[in-house]
Design a protein around this ligand. Structure first.
Ligand code: IPM
Ligand code: MG
Length: 357
């Protein structure tokens, strides 16, 4: 298979981890007889520094004409001034919106070898396997925002808007995903307080009743969900929720497997290229030191193989190689829990070596 892949390394540790994932993809392409070519483009803070914009036009064009996109991370203290004209994160939000990537898949999967790296007890987390579907192009992230007034009277607002069609499409996708798993779907909202959540709840209930009567369905309020995730994570299969609740709950859920450094995500739309990235951010404090964990990005590359290129055997091979390095005892600092750690490059090389076998 021939595929053109766009790399968006971004800021902080983004370039180092993206490089390791690219090397893994090159290995896959060689081993399975594919022809992947890569081009790298600017996004985030580095794009602001060189073009003034967090998402230059030619980056968007390159993404549009690609088969899939692999992104590192954006942001850092250098661009954090709240009064700045633009921000690195705007680039990420824009590319999601431009490409219509309304569904963000965030699988929370435990690696047996890392169960003891989790801050939670083994008996609570063992057996956890959750797929989050976070709505990604609507809600408060994209609502009208602004400021008014002056001095003590200055105020800011940002509105949360969801339409029926936005809820329908993400709930449908989540229900289909559930059918391929344990056939259970949980929708998370804040319908006791927020109007858009009440619309979300009504629409989700209707879609489930009319189109997926076979899927076991329930609803949970977001504050309660924050608690259940820590208390009984095993009880959930597929979880669907809005943009901001999904952002927060998936960072929380990332602690179940022990490290944010292990979790990939896929952002998909209705056709067109998908965008794959680790859930973690740019970690500027450890950038450029060869200590970041590249495994989340490598696992994101596996998701890319599976969802955008339909190469499931290749995706399995990458995931298997990652499981193998872990069972061989290799750890980057974030998952080492005080024992000996290896660097970013060595971890990438170890995965590639397992893939070669
Ligand atoms: C994420 C990140 C982004 C988000 C930021 C960097 C804009 O936290 O992908 O979860 O809030 O969506
Ligand atoms: Mg986040």
């Amino acid at each position: 298979m021939k595929a053109h892949l766009v790399l968006l390394p971004g800021d902080g540790i983004g370039p180092e981890i993206t490089e390791q994932a690219k090397l893994v993809l090159e290995k896959v392409s060689q081993k399975f007889g594919h022809d992947f070519d890569f081009s790298s483009h600017l996004i985030g803070g580095i794009a602001i520094d060189s073009t003034g914009e967090p998402l230059p036009e030619d980056t968007v064009a390159a993404c549009r004409s690609s088969d899939a996109i692999l992104l590192g991370a954006v942001g850092g203290p250098k661009w954090d001034d709240p009064s700045a004209k633009t921000r690195p994160e705007v680039g990420l939000l824009q590319i999601r919106k431009e490409l219509g990537l309304f569904a963000n898949l965030r699988p929370i999967r435990l690696f047996d070898e890392l169960v003891d790296a989790s801050p939670l007890k083994r008996e609570i987390i063992e057996g956890t396997d959750i797929l989050f579907l976070r709505e990604l192009t609507g809600g408060i992230y994209f609502g009208e925002a602004g400021r008014s007034g002056e001095a003590e009277e200055e105020a800011a607002f940002q509105s949360m808007v969801y339409s029926v069609s936005e809820v329908e499409r993400i709930v449908r996708l989540a229900a289909k995903a559930a059918q391929g798993r344990q056939n259970r779907l949980t929708s998370v909202d804040k319908a006791n307080v927020l109007e858009p959540s009440r619309l979300w709840r009504q629409v989700a209930a209707r879609v489930m009743r009319e189109e997926f009567p076979d899927v076991e369905y329930d609803v949970v309020l977001v504050d309660a969900m924050a608690m259940h995730l820590i208390n009984r994570p095993r009880d959930f299969d597929v979880v669907v929720t809005g943009n901001m609740f999904g952002d927060i709950l998936t960072d929380e859920a990332s602690m179940l497997p022990g490290s944010l450094g292990m979790l990939p995500s896929a952002s998909l739309g209705a056709g067109g290229p998908g965008l794959y990235e680790p859930i973690h951010g740019s970690a500027p404090d450890i950038a450029g030191q060869d200590i970041a964990n590249p495994l989340a990005t490598i696992l994101a590359a596996a998701m890319l193989l599976r969802h955008s290129l339909q190469l499931s055997e290749e995706a399995d091979a990458v995931e298997h190689a990652v499981a193998q390095v872990l069972s061989d005892g290799l750890r980057t600092a974030d998952i080492a829990r005080g024992s000996e750690a290896i660097g970013t490059v060595a971890m990438g090389e170890a995965v590639i070596e397992r893939l070669s076998k």
